[in-house]
Design a protein around this ligand. Structure first.
Ligand code: CR6
Length: 818
């Protein structure tokens, strides 16, 4: 039986009661943090009952289940999310209100669990939300990083990284499960032992071991009593360091084990779409993969005898190449622990694993040096060698005499282990994350593999959860939509179509834009409190928030702002609708150009915001520490959404969808999921500019793009580029931004210049932007466009994405929750 949240009255009493028993305090004396903890327990109580019921149904119904293997789960705060999904948000808000406390302040006490970098990690979190809401049995499998994504501080315009110590105090939503601990082994060597029956046993010796301990987090479905589990693994030494081991000669081993365990789950690598290739990262990958598979198999074998039927009940979805070791580790366990032969083990593995590709960026492709791999995982490496040997034979059989192709496709080549190649060789499904991206995989970046296994390739366009990104982040709009079209859209976003009947109704448009204005005021207040910048809620809020990466072209955006500023200065009477350009982005700690772009944005902001002569026509704001919790408010407040990546480079994007859901109008390139947004919206409700992916790919292939030519033909570009290096935005050090200038023009001609075609797309961006300015001046035209965006967002729910994964790849059974 689904347990519901108690009534407002009961919640109020429970909160007061919990504050008393947990902190021995009268409510009036409690801190906000204590109130948050009390609320968390009130909600947890309901969640746990439903979690138990879900687990019982699991056992009774024995459904097939997906294990979503991911190095990242960017779940964000859980209190608000769980209250929404348990249908108790308003009740808790009212109860707190009665007690004289603002729910936002209470929610603000929760650390923002940032166990991910950006889109890929947030996608995993949205998928878990949808799986639970659609009643599909699923486990998220990841890592309990002690330090998540760093917190960003801006000092003197520069990004500073501050550790994110989210576990400093107990996190109320996690449950340590020592009963599901498993051992994971690293290093050592493999001894061969010939058996009387002629087979060989492989015995792993001399290794260092750690114990993997899972912490379970509940994943609540919306209003259905379903609670799935996200297991995140922590490491501890196998044996606590004991002095007496010294006498046994194990002293150094004990120290090693302890250090290994200590470092393993310490920190998330803060790279998005870029791999650093650190040995510790490979250890992290093996650690969580091995532990998760062991737990999955233990669960399976509790209720089933025949390991060969594993694919009937279990599927491992590999979120990018990071968990590709799933392939070799499952083979190892099936052979070395369960005694299966190669063919039997391969048959099972290749029916249990599927792979999602999230990028074509070559620097994000994982390749491990073979010597490191072999030293760290000697037995697993032997298995990879055999997978590679058989795979190369298969290529030769299909393409006789084509040794070049064998070399291009091999898993082991150039002294490296190519993880994507292994993932594709073993998976029964390989998917991209937007239609365009999947086509590029098939026709360009993974073309060899597509020719070999065309049947494996399929597309699953990404999606987002409307529960967090509308209901929680923008409750005013959410309530308004409910008033207009009912509640169906909460679990079936295609119903947003019904809003079509209001797009020409001025009264509705007025209400809709009044809500936008309220959300802009909320964000303006946040900006004032956090940045000390006063922005006008009546100006256009033009927003680009996402990780900082050159291909995402924040540089194009800020150069355009510099250009607009020049225009206004030269032509003070120019008809320009006041605009606030809002940025938010973290740069990887070692990514120099990205960090310099942050500095440039802040310096441009300092100059423009303080220039009284332009009458506040432009304001520039860089929001510090962009993360899930402030993102919700930013999307809600945006008028214009900047999705301006170089076509072909952004696999999908998901921020684009969150803006659309909140009624912002996109200016973007034909890249990633923008293409499908354009298809859903029609040309009138989205602003597209720049080169197509085909054009970009052709220039890359022909190597025929020269940014200097573009600059010479456009004096506006010449001027902004000059201003990059003449001290206009850096009086003390005119050379500060020279590296950015060089990256665009590269006067030394040593490396490629303007890799991401910033200058090439500049003119088209400026032109298209003028149309946005024009459109905004017509209040109802704009309101209609914005509402059309909400009305056509249906496709971009992660509920739709998950249903497609279930239908085409996972074939899961829905759980019946009685
Ligand atoms: N960086 C893509 O770049 C996509 C997400 C989720 C990314 C982005 O376009 O929306 O994955 N890729 O599919 C990787 O992380 C490798 C991302 O978030």
């Amino acid at each position: 039986m689904k347990r519901q949240m108690p009534s407002t009255r009961e919640i109020e009493q429970e909160i007061v009661g919990r504050v008393k028993t947990m902190f021995r305090k009268d409510f009036e004396m409690a801190t906000k943090e204590e109130i948050y903890r009390a609320c968390a327990e009130v909600v947890n109580d309901v969640v746990i009952d439903n979690w138990l019921t879900t687990q019982k149904s699991f056992v009774q119904q024995d459904p097939k289940c997906v294990y979503y293997m991911s190095m990242e789960f960017l779940i964000g705060r859980l209190l608000g999310n769980n209250m929404i999904n348990m249908r108790g948000y308003t009740e808790v808000m009212d109860a707190l209100d009665e007690l004289g406390v603002d729910i936002n302040e209470v929610e603000d006490q929760e650390p923002d669990p940032a166990l991910g970098n950006g889109g890929l990690g947030r996608l995993a979190a949205c998928f878990l939300d949808s799986l639970a809401t659609l009643q599909y049995p699923a486990y998220g499998c990841g890592i309990r990083y002690h330090y998540g994504m760093f917190k960003q501080k801006i000092e003197d315009g520069y990004q500073q990284e501050v550790p994110d110590n989210w576990l400093q105090t107990r996190y109320p939503f996690e449950l340590q499960r020592t009963e599901y601990e498993f051992e994971v082994r690293f290093g050592g060597w493999v001894r061969y032992d010939s058996q009387p029956d002629g087979t060989t046993k492989y015995i792993h010796e001399g290794y260092n071991a750690v114990i993997a301990t899972p912490y379970d987090l509940p994943v609540t479905g919306f209003d259905n009593g379903m609670v799935n589990t996200l297991m995140i693994w922590d490491a501890k030494p196998k044996e606590v360091f004991r002095l007496d081991s010294f006498e046994k000669g194990d002293y150094s081993r004990a120290v090693e084990d302890m250090n290994l365990a200590r470092n393993l789950t310490e920190v998330l690598y803060p790279n998005d779409n870029h791999i650093q290739g650190k040995e510790l990262r490979l250890k992290q990958q093996y650690f969580f993969v091995s532990a998760s598979i062991q737990r999955a198999l233990a669960k399976y074998l509790r209720y089933h005898k025949d390991i060969k039927k594993l694919p009937e009940k279990v599927v491992f979805q590999m979120n990018d190449t990071h968990p590709t070791l799933t392939v070799a580790e499952l083979m190892r366990i099936l052979m070395d622990v369960h005694g299966l032969g190669w063919d039997e083990a391969w048959e099972i593995t290749t029916h249990c694993v599927a792979y999602t590709n999230h990028t074509i960026m070559s620097e994000a492709l994982e390749k491990w040096p073979q010597d490191i791999f072999k030293r760290l995982l000697p037995r697993v490496f032997m298995i990879v060698e055999e997978i590679n040997r058989r795979f190369c034979d298969e290529i030769r059989a299909k393409f006789p005499g084509d040794e070049d192709r064998v070399h291009r496709m091999a898993i082991l080549a150039d002294d490296q282990v190519k993880m994507a190649h292994m993932a594709i060789a073993a998976s029964y499904s390989v998917n991209g994350v937007a239609a365009l991206h999947t086509e590029i995989l098939k026709n360009v970046s993974l073309h060899d593999f597509y020719e070999m296994y065309p049947e494996k390739f399929n597309n699953k366009t990404n999606g987002i959860t409307q529960r967090r990104f509308l209901m929680h982040g923008n409750y005013k709009l959410s309530d308004w939509v409910i008033k207009k079209i009912g509640r169906g859209w909460i679990t079936d976003l295609s119903q947003m179509k019904k809003l079509e009947s209001f797009v020409d109704d001025k009264k509705s448009l007025d209400e809709f834009m009044a809500i936008k204005l309220d959300n802009k005021k909320r964000l303006a207040k946040y900006i004032w409190e956090h940045n000390g910048i006063e922005v006008d809620p009546n100006s256009i809020f033009d927003v680009q928030v996402k990780r900082l990466h050159e291909y995402k072209r924040q540089l194009l955006n800020i150069l355009h702002v510099m250009y607009l500023y020049n225009q206004i200065k030269e032509n003070p009477e120019m008809d320009f609708y006041p605009t606030t350009f809002i940025f938010g982005a973290k740069a990887s700690a070692g990514y120099e150009n990205a960090k310099l772009i942050i500095k440039l944005i802040n310096n441009v902001a300092a100059v423009i915001n303080n220039d009284k002569s332009i009458d506040d026509k432009i304001k520039v704001v860089f929001i510090e520490d962009y993360r899930v919790s402030n993102a919700e408010w930013i999307f809600a407040a945006a008028d214009v959404s900047e999705q301006i990546s170089t076509a072909s480079k952004e696999a999908s994007g998901t921020g684009n969808m969150k803006f659309m859901l909140n009624g912002a109008v996109t200016i973007g390139t034909m890249d990633g999921a923008n293409v499908e947004m354009y298809q859903e919206l029609g040309g009138e409700n989205i602003y597209i500019f720049g080169m197509s992916s085909d054009e970009v790919i052709a220039h890359e292939k022909n190597n025929d793009y020269n940014p200097v030519d573009v600059m010479n033909g456009n004096h506006h570009i010449q001027k902004v580029l000059q201003q990059l290096v003449n001290g206009n935005y850096s009086i003390d050090n005119p050379e500060l931004f020279r590296p950015l200038y060089n990256s665009l023009l590269n006067t030394q001609c040593t490396a490629k210049a303007d890799t991401y075609f910033v200058l090439k797309d500049f003119a088209s961006y400026c032109e298209t932007y003028e149309k946005i300015q024009e459109a905004y001046k017509d209040k109802y035209k704009w309101a209609k466009m914005a509402l059309e965006n909400v009305a056509h967002v249906g496709k971009f729910s992660s509920d739709r994405t998950i249903q497609e994964y279930v239908d085409d790849i996972w074939h899961l059974d829905k759980l019946d929750l009685k």
